[in-house]
Design a protein around this ligand. Sequence first.
Ligand code: MTE
Ligand code: MO
Length: 353
Amino acid sequence: MQFIIRRPWQLSQRDHTPEAVYLRQKLHRRQFLASLGVSAAGIGALLLQGCDKGTDDEVLKAGNYEPIPTAPAADANGEPGHEPIVGDSVAPQGMYPARRNDKFEYGRAETVEAQAARYTNFYEFDSSKMSWRYVTKFQPSPWTVEVDGLCAKPRTFDLDDLHKLMPLEERAYRHRCVETWAMCVPWTGFRLSELLKLVEPQPAAKFVAFETFDRPSQAPHRGASPPPSYPWPYTEGLTIAEATNELTLLATGMYGHTLLKQHGAPVRLVVPWKYGFKSIKSIVRITLADKPPATFWNTLMPDEYDFEANVNPHVSHPRWSQRVEKMLGSGEKHPTVIYNGYGSYVADLYPKA
Ligand SMILES: Nc1nc2c(c(=O)[nH]1)N[C@H]1C(S)=C(S)[C@@H](COP(=O)(O)O)O[C@H]1N2
Ligand SMILES: [Mo]
């Protein structure tokens, strides 16, 4: 885990998604095809036929994976655990969908699953939003999450542990990307605070740092852009008050089943009052710290992406306004709301705002 604040440097335009890409999806498909070496005439023909997009079925299948049950640990007498069998493990099929927590409502239409799944931000795989095309080699199972740092009982959890120990629930949340697109999706997961309780944070722990997997061979964009173009692995951070807020989830599922790879399988953070880049995907480590950790986008472009990153229509991004957001799929526009509409849960965390 990297705690030293790195010297910031500006990304060249070709290394991050240009504004035009997410404001005009046609252009983004054009650029994607160009990157594959398709000629200008060929691109025109493909766009006319619409066959660069992939069917809904292709998009959903691409990110699906079979969770591998973990062998049970040796019992108290040192006897080895019995052979894992699917029905015996905490099979996600049996756990999903979890009971919906009725406290949370979108206040607008739910995003169609395939529309969310075909337009994702996952820079380890690609910067075109079409990460579903590049997730084939990514193996989200088996998987462990290490929880360490300033706590009395550091511990490594595998996915079965999380399913067994954590009370799963479903929540209907709004999500707002800093790039102005938004979605409404049902996450299945558990409160981060429940997991942190198990490791017993020390009083000195004021921040929580998160780290994504570090496997260039499973993530094509990682291989294509070795350091120093990006400060891999992707990292994020919250204050301890934010991390233990009622809203903050670790999600292992979405739309009633395990997370698709492109959404951050097998476990990701969900912080719905902050811009989407805070909601780090495919987490392998959670560290309790006394200082704010260095984070991916803040390290790259501190003038554009601050550590706090609360959704706020009154503070423009240096390159665009944040007043309006556009829903994935429907293209419906809504005025952006401070804290993404979750102010009753979080406004008192920010007395000066
Ligand atoms: N590891 C990792 N986590 C990440 C990102 C990423 O590129 N890598 N993108 C972030 C951004 S900018 C957003 S908006 C959300 C998008 O979540 P979704 O693609 O599942 O909709 O994931 C966030 N988590
Ligand atoms: Mo984002």
